[in-house]
Design a protein around this ligand. Structure first.
Ligand code: NAP
Length: 248
């Protein structure tokens, strides 16, 4: 018996990387999982096949969650299919790194909207459903770079810091409906997003991680499953999953 048997989870940006790891682990725990992707249909389908391979239940939901209409329509389709939504993982995210001197309006707007706007659009869409159920867990994927400065990432850091602030307010407002809202702040995690970092920089970064290795999608997925199963009395919190790289 899985810890999420009978529950429905939406994971945004689940075709690759951290989102994929979370969707897979939630499906292994028995959740019916809505796999959201924007453009990587083949990879999303591959994940769906893997889940179906162990008799798990899932559906694909294509949507650009940076679009309010598409995000809300995605939630509507999942609710229509399964009649409830217990877990929302706001994971989809992008980077467009530029130093401030080179950053244009579009670099700023695209990143802040895809990373932070999407969290609002998806949360506001699932909220009435979770309120009606008086049950729900919302997990927002922030970043260690929303806690510390990162050269070339003013847009990304602002969006990820914004997620931390949003989480606290949403947690306060939704607690009386038995809905928890928490943040996971991953450190450097081995995915396509991190693969763009040059090898020599990766070596320098690794030297600064007390546990001596980069994170994996599975490391983040374990934290997401914890926050959606065994963490009923935890809300408005931030779980740092970073190998000890950020000790305030
Ligand atoms: P990734 O490998 O680049 O995957 C990003 C995922 O997000 C893809 O599935 C992509 O789907 C999806 N996506 C992006 N924009 C979307 C949109 N507008 N609508 C729907 N889906 C969208 O990235 P990752 O490393 O797994 O990152 C996942 C999350 O963790 C992000 O929020 C990121 O900021 C955060 N994070 C990552 C690290 C790290 O070191 N990797 C560290 C801290 C935090 P398509 O391919 O279909 O576009």
């Amino acid at each position: 018996m899985g810890k999420l048997d009978g529950q429905v989870a939406i994971v945004t940006g689940a075709s690759r990387g951290i989102g994929r790891g979370i969707a897979l682990q939630m499906a292994r725990e028995g959740a019916k999982v809505a796999i959201n992707y924007r453009s990587s249909e083949a990879q999303a389908q591959e994940l769906a096949d893997e889940i179906k391979g162990f008799e798990g239940e899932c559906m694909l939901v294509q949507a650009d969650v940076g679009s309010p209409d598409e995000a809300r329509d995605m939630v509507r389709r999942v609710f229509e299919q399964w009649g409830r939504i217990d877990v929302l993982v706001n994971n989809a995210g992008i980077t467009k790194d530029r130093t401030l001197r080179k950053m244009g309006d579009e670099d700023w707007q695209k990143v802040v909207n895809a990373n932070l706007g999407s969290v609002f659009y998806c949360t506001s869409a699932v909220m009435p459903i979770m309120v009606n159920q008086t049950h729900g867990h919302i997990i927002n994927i922030s970043s260690m770079n929303g806690q510390v400065g990162a050269v070339g990432q003013s847009n990304y850091s602002a969006s990820k810091g914004g997620i931390i602030a949003f989480t606290r307010t949403a947690a306060l407002e939704l607690a009386r409906f038995n809905i928890t809202v928490n943040t996971i702040a991953p450190g450097w995690t081995l995915t396509d997003m991190f693969a763009g970092v040059p090898d020599n920089i990766q070596d320098q970064i690794k030297g600064r991680i007390p546990l001596g290795r980069f994170g994996s999608s599975e490391d983040i997925a374990k934290a997401a499953v914890f926050l959606s199963t065994d963490a009923d009395y935890i809300t408005g919190e931030q779980l740092n999953v970073n190998g000890g790289a950020f000790m305030a």
